[in-house]
Design a protein around this ligand. Structure first.
Ligand SMILES: [Zn+2]
Length: 245
């Protein structure tokens, strides 16, 4: 049961066209893995925290650096040089006392991704590397956990939402890995936009309210100001989610 204080806190998001009270309660009973907590994962984790998701596992290695400042909202100039995950977790806790935050000071490897995916209700994937995105997609498929994959380049962002029991996984969408670019360009406004939309998909999935865009890719070309959505086809031969695996 939600307390009176919680009902007051969430009063603007409970009602017609938003969440039901039961949906808000389901949100509080839910847990999410967010990795990583950068320009996309940071705003996503903040939106999940303020919305009242019960538990957030926040994975991000390393210390905050000056080039993070064009898009990082969980840290500040004062945080540069500090370890990201514990600091960001403290900030999130300060935003909502009802949310438990479990910081992880590194990116999960295959085994850890599987272990965490098995104990959360959704995986929100925001890494810059394709290796990590595929790892999280595999873990989501193997544990039947819904996946929201958020990605960005420049002023372009993409969102893929996967129901592992029936829709295309990331490997179906990208049979070949694109080459990795270490310091690719990115504008903070597109990171925050895509991260927030990723959080919204997670909120819909966890609360059971609204319509998640399972099986689709949403693309926003911010350079030209164009949004588009395409249906994704599951590949029966896919080595990750296909029929023969
Ligand atoms: Zn697949």
């Amino acid at each position: 049961m939600l307390t009176d204080d919680e009902l007051q806190r969430y009063s603007r998001q409970i009602g017609p066209g938003v969440l039901s009270r039961q949906g808000q309660e389901r949100l509080r009973e839910s847990s999410v893995l967010v990795t990583r907590a950068g320009g996309m994962g940071g705003p996503a984790a903040l939106a999940l925290t303020t919305a009242g998701v019960g538990r957030i596992v926040l994975a991000h290695g390393g210390r905050m650096i000056t080039p993070d400042l064009n898009r990082q909202i969980l840290g500040s100039e004062a945080t540069v040089g500090e370890f990201r995950a514990p600091h960001f977790a403290d900030y999130l806790r300060s935003m909502n006392r009802y949310v438990e935050v479990e910081p992880l000071d590194h990116e999960p490897d295959d085994d850890e991704a599987l272990e965490i995916a098995a104990r959360v209700d959704a995986v929100l994937s925001c890494p810059p590397t394709f290796d990590e995105r595929l790892r999280l997609s595999r873990a989501a498929v193997d544990t039947s956990t819904p996946l929201i994959d958020a990605a960005q380049w420049g002023m372009m962002g993409t969102l893929i939402v996967v129901d592992p029991s029936r829709t295309a996984c990331l490997r179906c969408v990208y049979p070949q890995e694109p080459p990795f670019e270490e310091l690719f360009p990115v504008v903070g406004a597109i990171s925050a936009a895509i991260g927030s939309l990723a959080a919204l998909e997670a909120i819909k999935i966890l609360s059971g309210c609204g319509e998640p865009i399972f099986g689709k890719m949403l693309m926003y070309d911010g350079f030209r100001g164009r949004a588009s959505q395409i249906d994704l086809r599951r590949d029966p031969q896919c080595p990750v989610c296909g029929d023969a695996r």
